[in-house]
Ligand binder design. Sequence first.
Ligand SMILES: [Fe+2]
Length: 245
Amino acid sequence: MKMSNSESSIINWKNVFSESETFVNNKPFKFCFIENFLNRDFFEKLYQVYPKIDESWDELNMIHKHQYNREWDPENHSEFTQEGDDPNLDANWNIFKKYVESDEFIENIKEFSGVAVNKLKYFRFIDYKKGGFTQPHAHDDGPDTLVMMLYFSKNGKKGEPGGTFVATDYDEESIIFEPYNLDNSLVIFHDGPNSIHGCRYITKDVARHSVQITLEKYSSETGWSGRTEESHNEQKKNSELIDIS
Ligand SMILES: [Fe+2]
């Protein structure tokens, strides 16, 4: 475990590493839930200035999901999260995002998970309101992709939707885990063909603030190990060619 003095006040690394065995051994894919992820004082600083939904957010109102997304530095966003600050966010969010990009953070998550990630791919805010949901799905990225959902909601109640569930099939009867404490907690899973997850329909007038952090293996020669728009289009083109022949 790497921990420099300046950054040791950001994440409760001992807490994180105590869940490492659970993560590695969970079936049918690697996942776990970590409470008290951030140092409480630092969490409160971020919580107080979690960005409000405004024109910098996108409302995704589709057949399979209804949520609000805000990219990091939306004015300069291209396909992936760029390095550097978001000038429209509070200094503490910039401190946190910079730490998530650092070798210390990435090396620790790599050691915790055993997954060969080495770069931040996405850092985005995801918010759900009443009527929000995401149907069970799997991205089938990987083999070196980790997805983390970090929660900033204090009024989660046992049995109520809003957190990211994990499931063994594409229906809510197959849910094997759903988090209810959304106050400074994290769901992390290893992306792959079986990593089914989603968010149940929210019927109450609540806000479910979160941040999605995706780490992946990256090489300057071959690019991202997981899916990109380019590789996705290429795959589609190839499958169309196969269909024709
Ligand atoms: Fe997803």
